[in-house]
Design a protein around this ligand. Structure first.
Ligand SMILES: Nc1nc2c(ncn2[C@@H]2O[C@H](COP(=O)(O)OP(=O)(O)OP(=O)(O)O)[C@@H](O)[C@H]2O)c(=O)[nH]1
Ligand SMILES: [Mg+2]
Length: 417
């Protein structure tokens, strides 16, 4: 690979170490994507559309899209330098404030692009984090987001400073460099403090999971893409009133509630954070605590919107199953649930045919969480599946059949949402 160092020393026009929340949220943006699969004639459109809706949910106006097809990214700008020139002209002519990449940029690519375009440059990781930051209301989410943000900022700050100070230190550190080092030390200390607190919360969470497992109630986790209707389903099944909204990532921290599936059969339902297409592994890592809920569930519902185009649905099912199995969920514990059937027109069955849903070899069902269509069917499927799995693996439901009267004594205070 060629050298990536094309920037010089001196103050960068755009400050990048501001809070992401202040950094994004206003202005006009152009989206940019490098497509490395030359045979991809449709999937990249879906991904770009998803990025657009994430960006727009932050109140940013998208005024253009640039897509380049190359077999591999350029080390310098990710996209080719000819495309960068084209982009520069576009941003100048159209009063664009920021360029948002679908692809994940390295610190040096980001710096090079900022210098070449004279505009703020963000990638999908930063946009997702900014949305998380907006939505986060509890301590744990805030900590996890801050950890993820600092992880991204530190290498960036180091690169920025090494360029700025490399010619300023004949014998001693310059004043600016002292300030930089103390800022970096402060960030490193903060990272350590956050790690400690997250680790303590993780231990607590693992204890809670062990406690729940010890109670013998089966655990059913509602997972799926953001906006699929996970919280709507959780509310419909448990009688809770957790926040529901068409904005992405309304739920960041898991919610728990017990319900009786049939007289005497109690199950703990969990509502979790949503997935996004092409989920960045670093983001998965920073929300690891939520993933413990999916990993430890006896059943995981993979919730999807039946109203998505077939190609999108196919991709989401494939990716969703892959993600869950990578997290550690056994395939046999997954149920595919197609939600929003009320919006699917007169023949939702034809959608399932087009999807070739049987090919996944998993139980599946169509419902509407909002309109409470086929919820009984879903509960029945869950019950059957739990009993089958219990027979196969032996005994995880020993306490599941219990009368509601006995139940009050066994509810842990931590389980209260
Ligand atoms: N028409 C229709 N809308 C639904 C249905 N289920 C959910 N919705 C709507 O879909 C949007 C998203 O619902 P949520 O329950 O917040 O989705 P979620 O999966 O929890 O979303 P995140 O927490 O952001 O991951 C809301 O506007 C709901 O009213 C349904 O069955 N039919
Ligand atoms: Mg939700």
């Amino acid at each position: 690979m060629k050298s990536t160092k094309v920037y010089g020393r001196g103050e960068l026009k755009v400050r990048v170490n501001r809070s992401l929340d202040r950094e994004v949220g206003v202005g006009r943006a152009v989206l940019c994507m490098l497509k490395t699969n030359i045979h991809d004639h449709g999937v990249y459109r879906i991904k770009l559309k998803e990025l657009r809706s994430l960006v727009e949910s932050l109140g940013i106006e998208v005024v253009g899209e640039f897509v380049q097809t190359e077999r591999s990214p350029s080390a310098r700008y990710y996209i080719g330098s000819g495309k960068v020139k084209e982009l520069r002209k576009f941003v100048e002519d159209n009063g664009v404030d920021m360029v948002i990449f679908y692809n994940l940029l390295s610190s040096s690519q980001k710096l090079n692009l900022i210098r070449a375009l004279g505009r703020e440059v963000l990638d999908r990781y930063e946009i997702t984090l900014a949305i998380f930051e907006r939505r986060a209301s509890d301590n744990l989410s805030k900590l996890q987001i801050e950890a993820a943000r600092l992880n991204k900022i530190v290498p960036y700050l180091k690169l920025q400073a090494s360029l700025k100070y490399r010619n300023e230190r004949p014998f001693f550190l310059s004043m600016g460099e002292y300030a930089y080092h103390s800022q970096l030390r402060e960030i490193t200390r903060r990272q350590a403090r956050i790690r400690e607190r997250i680790e303590a919360l993780r231990k607590e969470k693992i204890e809670q999971i062990a406690y729940r497992k010890g109670q013998g109630f089966p655990i059913v986790c509602i997972s799926g893409y953001y906006n699929a209707g996970k919280t709507s389903l959780f509310n419909a099944l448990t009688g809770e009133k957790k926040e529901v909204s068409p904005l992405p990532f309304t739920t960041l921290t898991s919610k728990y509630q017990r319900r009786y599936l049939e007289p005497g059969l109690a199950v703990l339902f969990i509502d979790t954070i949503g997935f996004v297409l092409d989920l960045d592994p670093r983001l998965i890592k920073s929300f690891e605590l939520n993933l413990e809920d999916m990993r430890n569930a006896d059943l995981v519902l993979l919730l999807l919107e039946i109203t998505d185009p077939i190609l999108v649905l196919k991709m989401k099912i494939r990716e969703g199953i892959k993600l869950l199995t990578e997290i550690g969920v056994q395939r046999e514990r997954i149920i595919i649930v197609l939600n929003k059937i009320d919006l699917a027109g007169s023949s939702p069955e034809s959608i399932c045919e087009a999807l070739e849903i049987e090919r996944y070899g998993l139980p599946w069902i169509m419902i509407s969480a909002d309109k409470r269509i086929n919820l009984e069917g879903l509960l029945q499927l869950i019950t059957e599946r739990l009993i089958q799995l219990d027979e196969k693996t032996g005994g995880f439901m020993e306490n599941a059949f219990r009368s509601p009267q006995e139940d009050h004594a066994t509810i842990s205070p931590q389980e209260k949402p």
